[in-house]
Design a protein around this ligand. Structure first.
Ligand SMILES: Nc1ncnc2c1ncn2[C@@H]1O[C@H](COP(=O)(O)OP(=O)(O)OP(=O)(O)O)[C@@H](O)[C@H]1O
Length: 245
């Protein structure tokens, strides 16, 4: 089942055309990568998918709902069905990790305090953080732990879909690989579908089921790693740093 359908999406910022007819789909349960050279419009597409950015033409359907011309009420309902972790999507520095994770639950649910604490503890455990980490502030933890806490916050409302923008950027290699493992575990445990913008070749190899490479305003290549890297041309060779078959 296709959870995301992008059809002929066009985006410009004034004179600058960023997307000129993008087409892709993401299947349920898939870890799908948005790749491409710097500035090709990956983050813009991700922002369009999560209703933070308008596009000029075409159509995007998420979880069966077309998002162009969506009403505010429908948009609010849809936003609760996905979690997002942006590259600089910092946690609120004045709140503990537990308070950060609980934020959406307090805003969108009528659950009791005790129930919210239980859910927070469960989410912390899910991402590999300790119960005692709940009381720490973002400034007191490492970058890797912050990313994990960001994922725990994104998972607070039990989303079906997770959108991640450059999740391993800024992490040391060990934390980055730990993060890849976490992504794979979460998919297995929760059956999540994920869309990940990434430049990280290790993450691309370790985690992605399929990917789209945006170049020159279009989806230049789409498919599994095997399919994409079997293309014999200079662009693909350079993009994958010569690590193709
Ligand atoms: N709000 C905006 N106003 C004007 N131009 C924008 C805006 N947002 C993005 N752009 C431009 O659109 C292009 C695509 O940006 P985007 O951030 O989507 O690229 P990207 O592929 O994610 O890049 P990177 O890999 O460097 O993060 C860039 O040229 C950028 O400068």
């Amino acid at each position: 089942m296709e959870l995301i359908k992008v059809k002929n999406v066009k985006t410009d910022f004034g004179d600058k055309v960023v997307h000129d007819g993008l087409n892709l789909h993401v299947n349920e349960g898939e870890i799908y990568g948005l790749l491409g050279p710097s500035g090709c419009g990956k983050t813009t597409l991700l922002r369009e998918m999560v209703l933070l950015q308008e596009f000029n033409a075409g159509s995007i359907e998420i979880l069966g709902q077309k998002i162009e011309n969506i009403s505010e009420e429908q948009a609010q309902q849809l936003r609760r069905k996905w979690g997002v972790l942006f590259q600089f999507g910092a946690l609120f520095s004045s709140l503990t990790l537990a308070e950060n994770i609980a934020l959406a639950l307090r805003e969108y649910s009528t659950l009791s305090d005790a129930m919210i604490q239980e859910i927070v503890a469960f989410k912390l455990d899910l991402v590999g953080l300790k119960p005692s980490d709940a009381f720490l502030y973002p400034s007191e933890i490492s970058g890797g732990m912050r990313k994990k806490a960001g994922i725990a916050r994104a998972l607070a409302m039990d989303p079906k879909l997770l959108f991640l923008d450059e999740p391993t950027s800024g992490l040391d290699p060990i934390s980055a690989r730990e993060f890849d493992e976490l992504i794979l575990q979460l998919r297995t445990m929760l059956g999540l579908t994920m869309v990940i913008v990434t430049h990280d070749l290790h993450s691309i190899y370790n985690t992605l089921d399929r990917m789209a490479i945006i170049d020159n305003k279009k989806i230049a290549y789409e498919g599994s790693l095997e399919e994409v890297t079997s293309v014999k041309n200079d662009f693909i060779q350079t993009f994958f740093g010569g690590h193709t078959k």
